[in-house]
Each structure stands twice: as C-alpha cells, then as structure tokens.
Ligand binder design. Structure first.
Ligand SMILES: CCCCCCCCCCCCCCCCCCCCCCCC(=O)SCCNC(=O)CCNC(=O)[C@H](O)C(C)(C)COP(=O)(O)OP(=O)(O)OC[C@H]1O[C@@H](n2cnc3c(N)ncnc32)[C@H](O)[C@@H]1OP(=O)(O)O
Ligand SMILES: NC(=O)C1=CN([C@@H]2O[C@H](COP(=O)(O)OP(=O)(O)OC[C@H]3O[C@@H](n4cnc5c(N)ncnc54)[C@H](OP(=O)(O)O)[C@@H]3O)[C@@H](O)[C@H]2O)C=CC1
Length: 515
C-alpha cells in the first residue's frame, strides 16, 4: 500500500494554477492515486469567454482525465472550483468561499504564476510575489493546514552557476518591491527594471526569486517546502507518455522546427538540456507534500527537481533525436523541410537568420502578394525570432543544481511509493522520452492524426524537389550574370567546358578504336 496515496485520502486540498500545465497533471495524479480524497479546491478565473465551471468541465472531459474517470467516477463532485483572480489583492474570493477554504484546507499546492519572460515587472510582481504573500497570509489562518508546497523554478537563481538547495537573497527586499509597485508609474518601472533584475535575464526569474524570499520571510509557524523544477516537458509515463498542452519551453520550438519555420538556433550543442518531465515534477511534489506534513522538518526544505546532475542530456543530442523523430513522423503541411543547425557563434547565427529564416519568409510573402493573398510570413517569422531570442539565454549555458534533499526524500520512500511516485530521473531513457515528446506535440498540441503521416512524407518530398529546383535555378542565374560581367568568370567557364570536352573525348577515343 502506498503511504503517500493513503496520506491524501480524506484530505481537502487547495491548488492554485490548476488550469495550467503542471496543475492539471497534479490534479489528475491525485484523483487517480487517492480517489478517496475529500475535495480538491481550485482557484480559477473565467478566461477566453469561459466561466470557471466551463473551464473545469473542459479539463475533466479531456483525454488527460480518461483514466481518472475509471478509478474515481464521481470526480466531478470532488472538485470545487472557487472563483478567484490572483491579480486582486484579496483574490476576489467570496466571503463564503473564503470561510470554507480557511476552515477546511489541509494541504496547499501553490502552482499559479505568470511564466512569461517578458511580463511587465508590475504584473510579474503581483502574481509571483504579492499573490504568494497573500496566500501565505490565508494559510496562516487555516487551523487544519498540514503543509504548504510552493512551486518555484530552478532558474530563480540562474545568475549563479552552481545552485544549492538554499534561498539566495536578492539585493532589494521583496516588501520594498511590492510597496514600490503601488506608487511608481509604468514608465519609471520600465526604467528601473534592468537595474532591479541585474544579471538575471528576465522579470520571470527575478520575481520567482523574490517569491521564494517571501515564502522564507512569511512562513511563521507554517510547514512549508519549496520545489524548484528546471524546464518542464511532456509526460514521461503518466497517465500516458508524451502528453503536453502548451507551447512553453521546448514545445513551441519543436513545432516551429517540425513545420520548417525554424531551421537554426543560437545554441551550444554541449550545454546541458535540463529538461524534466511534468509527471516527475508532480510525483516529487506529492511526495514532498506527504513528507512535509508527516515529518514536519524544522526548516523550510528546498527540493531541486532537475535532471542534469543525475542523468544529463545536451541540446545537441536533443536536437538530433527531435530531427530523427520528424523523419519517422513528420508534421503536416510543413513550410520547409525540418533542419536543426545549432551554432554558438553570434555572427553565424545572424547569417543563418537572414538566409534560412528571413529570406524564405520574404520570398513566400512575395508569392502570396503575386497570387493576390495577404502577406503574413514575415510577421510570423519576426515573432518567432523574438521568442527564440528570449529562450537563447537558457540554451547557451549549463547549471549545476545540487539535489541532496531530493535524493534524501527518495531514500525515505517505501519501495511501493518509489514505484507509484517515481521521481528518479536516472531511469529516464532520453531518446525514448524525446521521441514520445515529439509524437505528443504532434498528437496533443497540433491535433494531427498519425494516419496522415504518408501524406506528410509526400509533402516533404515535394518540398525537397522544389528546394533542389530553386537552388539550381538560382545558381544558373547567378552564373549567367557573372559570365556576362566578368572576363575571369568567362575564362573559368571556358576552362571548365574545355576540360569536360577533353575528359569525354578521352573516354570516347578507346571505345571508337575497339569498333
Ligand atoms: C534549429 C531548430 C531548433 C529546434 C530543433 C529541435 C528542437 C529541440 C531542441 C530545442 C532547442 C531549444 C529549446 C529551448 C527551450 C528553452 C526553454 C528554456 C526555458 C527555461 C526557463 C525556465 C523554465 C521556467 O521556469 S518557466 C516556463 C517557461 N516559460 C516559457 O517558456 C514562457 C516563454 N514564453 C514567453 O515568455 C512568451 O510567450 C514570449 C515572450 C516568448 C512571446 O510573447 P508574445 O507576446 O510575443 O507572444 P505570445 O502571445 O505569447 O505568443 C506569440 C506566438 O508565439 C507562440 N509561442 C509562445 N511561446 C512560444 C514558445 N516557447 N516557442 C514557440 N512559440 C511560442 C504563440 O503560440 C503565438 O503564436 P501565434 O500563432 O501568434 O498565436
Ligand atoms: N513550465 C515550466 O517549464 C516551469 C514551470 N515552473 C513553475 O511551475 C508552476 C506552474 O507552471 P505551468 O503549469 O507551466 O504554468 P502555466 O502557465 O501553464 O499555468 C499557470 C497557472 O497560473 C494561473 N494563473 C495565472 N494568473 C492567474 C490569476 N491572475 N489568477 C488566477 N490564476 C492565475 C493560470 O490560470 P489561467 O489558466 O487562468 O491562466 C494557470 O492555471 C509555476 O509556478 C512556474 O513558475 C517552474 C519551472 C519550469
């Protein structure tokens, strides 16, 4: 019997960010392994024309939750969607709902965040710092609370090369930042943002670091733990391999590469690709929830959920396997044939951007104009290159994260728990995982049918022929122009032609003699 699964039975659990990538997988696993849990409260806001109830309905009816329905048929009754917006200081939760949350919650998993790299500092502080502070305040009023688990990121201290499972202070106190956001106007915030984030690459990593400081400072008597995952990717095993539903991290780039838009990137092939499957993060999170509540460690423990020091993979290997999977199962209606050139040199990368990305986009837009359609490829390409430039920081560096606490926790689990809540990344076979990841992107993100693979392969063959034809035509035009203008080119041309003629005559002569 799994001790962790038994621990969650009968519990009332509060999850923020349950509609997000990680939150959904967390809920799914909880319902599947502890169908006897009392209730999961989720803080949800209406979005994209959907009410909170409609959003929950959509999640529960998705493919991800199919297995849950078999083991927990009354899952709809066990989920309580609470209207909440973390952009508001009191989360805009009704009095009645707040009362219920305060009096019933046993465990909190705080996953909600803005994960955009380019978010305005005011918004990133509100979500990643102030909302965390507010939630801690709520937690301190919950008499039945056993553990508060905060999800941070392994990159909150990406300005360091070696990162331990400790909280590193930021120069300016989070409270001062929160206060200043209330009275500074946007223009001034824009001006001071680079100074505040310092040697971190974006507002996301900076505000996640501030969030950790808030957790440390406001923990009071609460039983708290922090989890720091690295780059969270598709599921490894559960509930099935390759599930992914957003474009963050490598997923968006896999699409861009598979569709032939992105053919080169400024990346260091030997740099560690510190990916971690989302189900591994969820298993560790649930194990940490159990350990924190049952063993009540004296201080706030931080757990690195990373792969690099236990089972490293690098970007070169990842790119190679992604391309190999495109060969087997290409994406439909590609713009160009997929290719992956990794260069760490800025000039070379700019050259490839011009030749492999911007030029084809301009040519395609020209073709669209000629055929009376609206040009759009240059715009799409500009957006893609902007996205890529934001991710470049993470694919040209390697970090070392120590994992003492995570390894300690692994050794504390029973063999059954080690199996049901497996977060031992040493068992991960990267090539298999990456192949399933790419297939998952095709299936669950692009919603492409595997039956369309022969047609997609045919399309790529046509693109290859167009590519050869285009290059030959381009070469002939360039050469024709060159001989028309340069005596030297004419001499070279004369030399090549006469050489070929002599070469052919040499072979023709003996055969004529025989006859
Ligand atoms: C040579 C080819 C290479 C590929 C070969 C094979 C690929 C495999 C090798 C992969 C190598 C490179 C992998 C790099 C991965 C590195 C990730 C590192 C991240 C680690 C950081 C820490 C982890 C965390 O803690 S947080 C979680 C990560 N967060 C994110 O990833 C958020 C990133 N996204 C953003 O910040 C924004 O979306 C932004 C700024 C990139 C774009 O904002 P913008 O306002 O311009 O537009 P959006 O409305 O958001 O989207 C516009 C457009 O772009 C699409 N899109 C969004 N995100 C991505 C993405 N990550 N990749 C690609 N495309 C993306 C989005 O859908 C929109 O499309 P439309 O069609 O216009 O709707
Ligand atoms: N994905 C990754 O690679 C990594 C993620 N992390 C961390 O893991 C956690 C989960 O990330 P992930 O699932 O990928 O992120 P997502 O962007 O998929 O999910 C974010 C969640 O936060 C919710 N949220 C955002 N703003 C508000 C708001 N104003 N009010 C209520 N809810 C809000 C979103 O709700 P809604 O659906 O309404 O927008 C969504 O449920 C985050 O803390 C992130 O920092 C750490 C390392 C890597």
């Amino acid at each position: 019997m799994s001790m962790i699964a038994a621990f969650y039975s009968g519990k009332s659990i509060l999850i923020t960010g349950a509609t997000g990538f990680m939150g959904k997988v967390l809920m799914e696993k909880l319902f599947r392994t502890s169908p006897d849990l009392k209730v999961i409260y989720i803080l949800v806001r209406p979005k994209a024309g959907q009410t909170t109830q409609q959003r929950v309905f959509q999640i529960l009816n998705s493919q991800l939750f199919q297995k849950v329905k078999e083991v927990c048929p009354n899952v709809h009754e066990k989920i309580r969607a609470i209207y909440a917006d973390l952009n508001h200081n009191d989360f805009a939760i009704s009095k009645e709902d707040m009362q219920e949350l305060l009096s019933c919650t046993n465990i909190i998993f705080h996953c909600a965040a803005t994960v955009r790299f380019d978010d305005h500092l005011r918004h990133a502080v509100q979500l990643n710092v102030t909302a965390t502070q507010q939630l801690l305040l709520m937690a301190s009023q919950m008499p039945k609370l056993e553990a508060f688990i905060h999800i941070s990121t392994a990159f909150s201290n990406c300005n360091l090369k070696h990162i331990d499972e400790v909280i590193y202070p930021c120069p300016v106190e989070p409270k001062k930042i929160i206060d200043s956001m209330e009275w500074l106007d946007d223009a001034i915030i824009d001006e001071i943002t680079p100074k505040l984030i310092g040697d971190r690459p974006n507002t996301y990593t900076y505000t996640k670091a501030l969030g950790e400081m808030v957790v440390q400072q406001e923990s009071g008597n609460l039983n708290i733990a922090i989890i720091r995952p690295s780059i969270v990717g598709a599921t490894w095993q559960e509930p099935f391999p390759g599930w992914v539903d957003n474009l963050n991290g490598p997923s968006g780039l896999i699409i861009a590469a598979g569709k032939g838009f992105l053919r080169s990137i400024r990346a260091t092939p030997m740099a560690v690709a510190d990916l971690i499957p989302v189900d591994t993060v969820v298993n560790l999170t649930l194990a940490v929830g159990w350990y924190t509540a049952v063993h009540r460690p004296k201080s706030t423990l931080i757990y690195h959920c990373t792969s690099g020091n236990l089972n490293p993979c690098n970007w070169g290997k990842m790119g190679f396997q992604v391309l190999a999977t495109f060969e087997k199962a290409p994406f439909e209606k590609a713009f160009r044939r997929p290719n992956a050139d990794f260069t760490s040199n800025l000039i070379t990368s700019q050259y490839w951007n011009a030749v492999s990305h911007r030029a084809p986009a301009i040519i395609y837009d020209f073709y669209l104009r000629l055929t009376g359609r609206k040009p759009r490829m240059t715009k799409v390409m500009n957006r893609l290159l902007r996205t890529v430039s934001m991710l470049e920081y993470f694919v040209n560096r390697s970090w070392e994260w120590s994992t003492y606490n995570t390894e300690m926790l692994m050794s504390e689990l029973s063999p059954e728990d080690q199996r049901v809540f497996n977060f031992d990344v040493r068992q991960l076979n990267w090539l298999e995982y990456i192949e399933n990841y790419v297939l998952g992107v095709k299936k669950y993100l692009l919603k492409e049918d595997m039956a369309g693979i022969p047609e997609a392969k045919q399309h790529l063959k046509r693109l290859r022929n167009i590519h050869y034809l285009f290059n030959t035509a381009l070469f002939l035009i360039a050469w024709r122009l060159l001989i028309a203008r340069s005596q030297m080119a004419r001499n070279v041309w004369f030399f090549i032609v006469s050489f070929c003629y002599k070469f052919l005559s040499y072979f023709r002569a003996p055969s004529t003699l025989k006859v």
